[in-house]
Design a protein around this ligand. Structure first.
Ligand code: SF4
Length: 332
């Protein structure tokens, strides 16, 4: 069987788990193509108007896979929580319903399941058993083995992130994460940290290829998903209490951790237009940047794909961090 996985939203967090599970059961995993104009336009015209651009883009990826004759199912999980008392955004928790109402004709091709990522292996086993049954796999031993393979791959992917290999590298090396683990990471004179939801940070088409642009100017780029949570958990005290949404906590507290890190020259947040949750962590980082004096820039991803303004802003930001290090402007 061929299982389609849309290249959007929680793909940028749990792809190794899903890939490991489906391939271990003997299925092929088909990814939608990286976001492009066609995916964006399809998503914008398929989704409800007032939703964030990240969800609209996700609709475009789902539609792309639904249109492929050789794809048997498109995997659209409902991820509800990732940490104790921390939940995903309501739009993410409602994702299968949004997708079903957008693509009613193809409803039967959608493969959905409720997932609580923080409730241990038993809850995951129940969720993946349900997925297995929907694709005709009732052998519990096989499900357990496939889930084990998925968890091992996810753990390995986390190790790669901790070693500062970003998630895009994880995706392209999914069949050989051991070699990625061995690969050294290039050190550079300057380091820029990116804070935000993984799908906003890693979708290069939507964010004007920020990672590549920075790397092309010899910047080392780190992302908040590379951090071990224990490194930033104490930043809750600057927020009075944790935020309700897991990924917003990662962006806020991870961003603060980077602002306090001597080897980080500046922090850039990347968020989606029409996302209220991002506005909360961005404000927290604004306040913390004032305290620490660490340069901070916000990039908001929207439907405008022109990048001239973005290039100028990135150049100005890089000039700022060079000046702060006493190196002068690029032009000079
Ligand atoms: S958290 Fe923001 S960007 Fe993510 S799905 Fe919700 S509204 Fe969209």
């Amino acid at each position: 069987m061929k299982i389609g996985i849309p290249r959007g939203l929680y793909f940028y967090v749990y792809y190794p788990l899903w890939y490991g599970f489906f391939t271990s059961l003997g299925h092929d995993v088909i990814l939608s193509m990286p976001t492009n104009k066609e995916i964006l336009n399809t998503g914008v015209s398929s989704a409800v108007d007032d939703i964030c651009i990240s969800v609209k883009v996700y609709h475009g990826h789902v539609k792309h896979l639904l249109g492929k004759k050789d794809v048997d199912h498109v995997f659209v999980p409902r991820i509800v929580s990732e940490d104790k008392y921390k939940y995903t955004c309501p739009k993410l928790a409602a994702m299968p319903d949004l997708i079903k109402s957008a693509f009613r004709k193809n409803e039967k091709k959608l493969l959905s399941v409720v997932m609580y990522m923080n409730q241990g292996k038993k809850a995951l086993h129940e969720a993946f058993s349900e997925v297995g049954k929907k694709i005709g796999e009732n052998d519990d031993r096989k499900i357990k083995k496939a889930l084990k393979a998925g968890i091992e791959l996810q753990d390995k992917a986390t190790m790669c992130l901790r070693k500062e290999h970003n998630f895009l590298e994880v995706v392209s090396s999914i069949q050989n994460l051991d070699s990625l683990l061995e690969k050294p990471v290039k050190k550079e004179r300057y380091t820029v940290a990116l804070a935000g939801f993984p799908y906003d940070v890693y979708d290069g088409y939507m964010n004007g290829d920020v990672i590549k642009r920075l790397q092309d100017t010899n910047m080392r780029v780190v992302v908040t998903d590379m951090l071990e949570p224990k490194l930033y958990k104490h930043y809750t005290k600057y927020m009075i209490k944790d935020l309700f949404w897991h990924q917003a906590n990662v962006a806020a507290k991870g961003g603060m951790y980077y602002m306090d890190s001597k080897d980080i020259d500046g922090v850039i947040t990347i968020s989606s237009f029409n996302c209220g949750i991002s506005a909360v962590y961005e404000k927290l980082l604004d306040l913390y940047s004032k305290e620490t004096g660490k340069p901070l820039m916000h990039i908001v991803v929207d439907e405008q794909t022109g990048d001239a303004g973005l290039v100028t802003r990135i150049e100005a930001f890089l000039d700022l961090i060079r000046v702060k290090r006493g190196d002068g402007l690029v032009a000079s």
